[in-house]
Design a protein around this ligand. Structure first.
Ligand code: HH2
Length: 268
């Protein structure tokens, strides 16, 4: 899944694709580089980011969603707002990517259900203003599993098709670096919920901390793509449904490496 942030303030690429023509060109490039799904977002959800009115969000994403869907791309709309999801599904999007798992705007579950859309249900707590304070767990894996299971029940009760439900641990959303690593190390606990998994680790802060130099200064976002692709290889080898990445080519290559290894293993 290639990230297409049509925002001025996303943490790694804010402002680069705010213009619709530039966004469209970038989306087409990501597709040529091997993205199976293009995830279009018009509101940053990084900690401390500003909330965006729905009309502004829609003005950013709708022309891009419409044009990419007309190309034949599988388009995902990265939003927590029901109204935005509804308009984008009408414009040809096929996936709703909701990092709040229906907590920010419960109507979004009805929208996904009504359209028969794939729904990515992410784990988060609080909202972008408060989520850092909510990163407190006795056992992060057990609590994320319990909370995802609860949100799954709500989504299915709203009519989301169980065959179209994808779960996401929500790395960085009310989680610090240690929580993210623990979730990545124990993904089988999330897989046991019985739905495919999407993981969004790309360029996130915990990778910057991992790659810090001897002075302790974190690696900047654009220097985190190698670590992102390394994680993609590991996650693809264990069979996750998807990874959400900014730099598509190395991750698409990693997916192909993992697929070749799996095929060779099966052939023995
Ligand atoms: N992370 C971000 C945004 N959307 N969607 C899913 N399903 N999973 C994620 O982990 C996820 C996501 C945050 O990254 P980014 O879009 O690069 O930044 P920003 O929120 O600043 O736009």
């Amino acid at each position: 899944m290639g990230v297409l942030n049509v925002t001025p303030d996303s943490f790694s690429d804010g402002g680069r694709w705010l213009d619709a023509d530039q966004a469209l060109a970038h989306g087409r490039l990501l597709r040529r580089q091997g993205a199976d799904v293009l995830d279009v977002g018009g509101e940053s959800t990084r900690p401390g980011s500003e909330r965006v009115p729905v009309d502004v969000e829609l003005a950013r994403v709708l022309p891009v969603v419409r044009a990419l869907a007309a190309d034949g791309a599988v388009v995902s709309i990265d939003t927590v707002h029901a109204e935005t999801a509804d308009a984008c599904l009408r414009a040809g999007a096929a996936v709703v990517n909701d990092v709040s798992g229906g907590l920010a705007d419960p109507e979004i579950l009805d929208v996904a259900a009504r359209h028969g859309a794939r729904y990515v249900l992410g784990h988060w707590r609080g909202d972008p203003a408060t989520m850092n304070e909510r990163a407190v767990y006795a056992d992060v894996v057990a609590e994320v599993v319990t909370e995802l299971a609860a949100r799954t029940r709500v989504a299915l009760a709203a009519g989301v098709d169980p065959a179209l439900l994808v779960l996401d641990p929500g790395l960085g959303f009310a989680k610090d670096a240690e929580h993210n690593w623990e979730l990545l190390a124990r993904l089988e606990a999330l897989e046991a919920l019985g739905h495919p998994l999407l993981v969004g680790a790309s360029r996130k802060r915990f990778l910057g901390a991992l790659l810090a130099g001897p002075d302790g200064v974190p690696a900047p976002p654009l220097a985190r793509d190698g670590a992102t692709a390394a994680l993609t290889a590991i996650l693809a080898a264990r069979g996750v449904w998807g990874v959400r990445v900014h730099e598509v080519r190395p991750s698409a290559d990693a997916v192909r490496v993992a697929a070749a290894l799996r095929a060779a293993g099966r052939a023995r």
